[in-house]
Design a protein. Structure first.
Length: 410
């Protein structure tokens, strides 16, 4: 398309030049096959055949038809039989001269340079055929353009294709990454959930099978078996309940119904509920309300209770005897801050990011012994986030941990 436009421009240029020459020359041509001196006035630099034209060629005199005297252009006059009569042009190409009847021609000199030429029959002032006017120009510039375009296409096309394929591959990867990540998370979650569900089921089955193999089962043994089954059943029920709660929060995104919850009361209730457990573990549990006014948040009271209860329960589980647990309520600008602080075993820095992952336990064996499934903090975080809040942890190994729940206050 670009080459065609270039070619058309060459045509138009030659056509307009030849047209102007034709109109200017015909009135001064008197006799067929004979060059009139008047033509020389119109075209300075005109060189008659068999004359030395070197002065003309280097003449600085320019005519209105200056284009024809530029480098790469030539004008030739031939008689009706095709014999050269005169020429105009600085470096005349070595091109064959003959009678040409077709309008357009592309010629080639011995060096292989191409020229595009237009030939027009000139008539004398009284309308008889005079001879031919041939105007041509070098195609060197056009050929160079053509070669460069070809090269650009040849190199550019594969490069562009390579670039486009690379970019598409990269973009597709980028777009797929979140999908891939969530797919992996779902897979991990399903595997973990299946694993957690399988454990109590396997325990129950093993116990039932061993009791069934006995010929006589005493009442004591039967009760012991039933209690184990009950414990495993409770564990299963708790796990299923936790999973359902998580999926409900995932689906709903935000709590419903929304009610006004008084955090001062909530903290007191949690402290009351866990006091006995703390005393049994030889721990001191202190509720610390640091706000004078009552702090309200908008949300699901039961879920918010669950957040603080989970943190308090963890604090008790992971704090050795004689330790201290503080449940603190504070306010910071527009946020309510609940801090659950313990003097327990602490969490290593590299684990602190992961403890909120579903089913993640820092020390699997020890945490399992405490009865946790690794869902407690994941549930607490999901609840806090669905209330436009967050949970952060600060902890030092052997020193204790502080979990800070931040919720938008009313
Ligand atoms: P779990 O049901 O096992 O307690 P959580 O999600 O509540 O699961 O906690 C994840 C892990 O984070 C626990 O296994 C425990 O190792 C660690 N963790 C949670 N709270 C504390 C704490 N107060 N002190 C030390 N470690 C804790």
């Amino acid at each position: 398309m670009l080459c065609q436009a270039h070619w058309n421009a060459i045509h138009r240029e030659l056509e307009s030049l030849t047209g102007t020459l034709h109109d200017g020359l015909e009135p001064v041509l008197k006799q067929p096959d004979r060059m009139e001196p008047a033509v020389e006035q119109l075209l300075p630099g005109l060189c008659f055949v068999a004359k030395d034209c070197s002065q003309h060629r280097h003449s600085t005199h320019r005519h209105v038809l200056g284009t024809a005297q530029q480098e790469g252009y030539y004008i030739r006059f031939t008689d009706r039989a095709g014999n050269l009569l005169a020429t105009v042009g600085e470096e005349l190409p070595d091109l064959p001269v003959r009678k040409v009847t077709e309008l357009w021609q592309t010629l080639q000199d011995p060096q292989g340079h191409r020229y595009h030429q237009i030939s027009l029959l000139l008539k004398t002032s009284n309308g008889n055929p005079w001879g031919y006017l041939q105007v041509g120009r070098s195609l060197q510039e056009f050929d160079l353009f053509l070669a460069n375009t070809r090269l650009a296409l040849l190199l550019g096309l594969p490069t562009t294709l390579l670039f486009v394929s690379g970019a598409s591959w990269w973009l597709a990867g980028l777009a797929m990454r979140p999908v891939y990540d969530s797919y992996q998370k779902i897979q991990q979650f399903t595997a973990d959930a299946a694993h957690e569900l399988r454990t109590p089921l396997a325990v129950t089955r093993a116990i039932v099978e061993s009791v069934l193999e006995m010929e006589i089962v005493s009442e004591v043994e039967a009760r012991k078996t039933l209690r184990t089954i009950q414990r495993q059943n409770n564990r299963l029920a708790q796990l299923v309940q936790d999973l359902l709660l998580l999926s409900r929060i995932d689906v709903q995104g935000k709590p419903s119904p929304l009610t006004r919850c008084c955090l001062n009361v909530l903290i007191k209730d949690v402290a009351d509920e866990f006091e006995a457990l703390a005393i049994a573990a030889d721990l001191t549990l202190i509720p610390e309300i640091r706000v004078r006014e009552t702090l309200w948040v908008l949300g699901d009271e039961e879920q918010l209770y669950r957040v603080v209860a989970n943190l308090a329960s963890n604090a008790i589980q992971y704090t050795p005897p004689k330790g201290k647990i503080t449940i603190r309520l504070d306010r910071n600008d527009h946020h309510a801050l609940i801090q659950v602080q313990d003097t327990g075993i602490g969490i290593a820095p590299q684990e602190q990011k992961r403890i909120f992952d579903r089913f993640y336990r820092v020390n699997s064996d020890r945490s399992r012994a405490t009865g946790g499934s690794g869902l407690g903090l994941a549930i607490a975080m999901a609840i806090a986030q669905s209330h436009q809040g967050s949970i952060q942890v600060q902890s030092q190994l052997g020193r204790g941990s502080t979990f800070v729940v931040k919720l938008p206050a009313e």
